[in-house]
Design a protein around this ligand. Sequence first.
Ligand code: FDA
Ligand code: NAP
Length: 530
Amino acid sequence: MQSPDTTFDLIGLGFGPANIAIGGALVESWAVHWDSSHQDYPIKKVLFLERNIKFQWHPGMLLPDARMQISFMKDLATLRSPQSPITFLSYLHSQNRLIKFINRGSTIPTRREYADYLSWAARYVQDHGIPVLFGTEVVGVDSTSDGLLVIHTKSVANDDVASYTTRNLIISPGGTGRIPAPLAPLIEHPLIIHSSTYLMSVDSIIASVAAKGKASLRIAVIGAGQSAGEITLNLRERLRSIPVPAGRHQIDMIIRKGALRPSDDTPFANEIFDPQATDAWFSHPSTAARATQLQEFRSTNYSVINSLTLDALYEVIYSQKVDSDIARRTNGPSSSIPLVHIRPYSCIVAAHAPEVDGDPDFTFTIQHVLSRELETEKYDAVICATGYQRTSWINLLKNSSVGKHFGLSSACQPGTCRLIPDTKRSLQDSELDSLLHGGGRSAESSNGSAVSTPPTSPTLSVTELDRHDDHKIYISRGYRLIPTNDGGLKSRIYLQGVEEATHGLSDSLLSVLGVRAGEVLDDLCKEVRL
Ligand code: FDA
Ligand code: NAP
């Protein structure tokens, strides 16, 4: 008797929106192929491995009244398959809320409702044949002698280890909180957190700084993006209920640029998130071209705040001014409402943690970006709303026996690893370099009569981007890592949500999830079964 095949056709690392969308596309495909040709359908035995103990979507930022940055139609499936059972409309219908949502008159759901939609969709795909092991962290990847992948896991609850063999792996790990370098050595301190854990930590932070017995508290929020804006407003509300014997509590928003800026969600700019934009982005001739476009459209997503939150913040700052002007003119009492102070052009150059028997505060040395003057500031607690990095997949692969097939070794630093479209793979390094740098200079920079006024439109002048010592990792349009030396590796590895450099700005977002899941599934199915 033949022993049962214990090898999976597909393992997914993570069960966030990216892999739920893959699960949904699979469920739909199975429904089509089930009766007639399911036996030949190449992806049958699947498993998803998720570190969280249950489905959660950015729980640390599930702030009351926070809104999505996207239309409900950019859900897990609609753009690929409007009749999919896991569209946002299907969700609304299943909750008997469709008509009320329409009456509401906005295509933008709240984050709370969208998170509930995602958890409903996660449940739906599990109920339709997609197994998920929660509380299971992927800690390593290896290859077998017959070219398959072995995925090593650790239980979050008890550190138990297990291994699974698979023909295909989709790595969809999301981001990890980015911490400014001077603060990195302090990050284990309980009074300094990243925005991603805000809601899980804020109560205990406020309780422990309030217990210091100070007359008033000072908290730093670092960053000028959506997370920083939302947290500042939320923190202000929370601090209002903390008694203040003298003075007032203060929140400093420490930002490197000169002003908080709005996100560009205007219709022409929004087209950068269209599924078709991925093709254009992927086929640009060079890394420099893609980086230039990324820079041009950065304000659609990064380091910007949506206009509602921005207006609310300005209203706070303005009402503080009104209060202080009235108090001064009437000799009345100063306001005790927590003060929000925005510190522009402020770069933290050094940071010290509180000392047990010494200075009880965090001490920052802050340099003014323009004047270069240094100042010292003290804080009771610190929230780093400093965005995310998406390099955990590099660390996973480079430390494995599989990394070498893709040009990665344990010596590689994530900052020097660069994803490159596989269409550039046939080019020799020198050709690639000449294409990047020769074709990559703008007219202004290559001719001596360059005008002195800087152009307002993007120009190709990024020459530092492609260094010979970079580790180039090739990826296909279908999101598959392409081995530089397959060495007998037959299994395939796909990336999701971490390839903005090659597939465009929508990659870390929800915009193209449904379409992308279909593209990955097509790629998985078109290949010969291993
Ligand atoms: P996501 O991070 O959601 O999921 C990855 C999963 O993998 C996690 O569950 C993680 O636990 C798991 N994982 C990671 N490593 C693992 C390992 N080694 N082993 C096992 N499991 C592992 N975008 C947008 O288009 N519109 C919006 O409105 C918003 N709003 C928004 C709000 C906030 C607060 C943030 C931080 C981000 C957004 N985004 C967004 C962007 C956001 O990245 C996007 O909505 C999705 O979460 C991306 O889904 P992924 O599945 O790629 O990552
Ligand atoms: P972000 O947009 O990447 O902004 C990070 C901020 O931190 C930037 O202002 C950046 O400064 C600053 N920063 C980074 N490194 C720094 C350092 N070393 N020192 C000082 N400052 C530093 O991050 P985010 O606000 O967390 O947003 C991330 C993603 O989540 C975005 O896609 C956003 O749309 C999404 N999001 C959505 C919602 C929502 O749906 N309502 C809410 C929150 C987040 P510079 O400006 O100088 O670069």
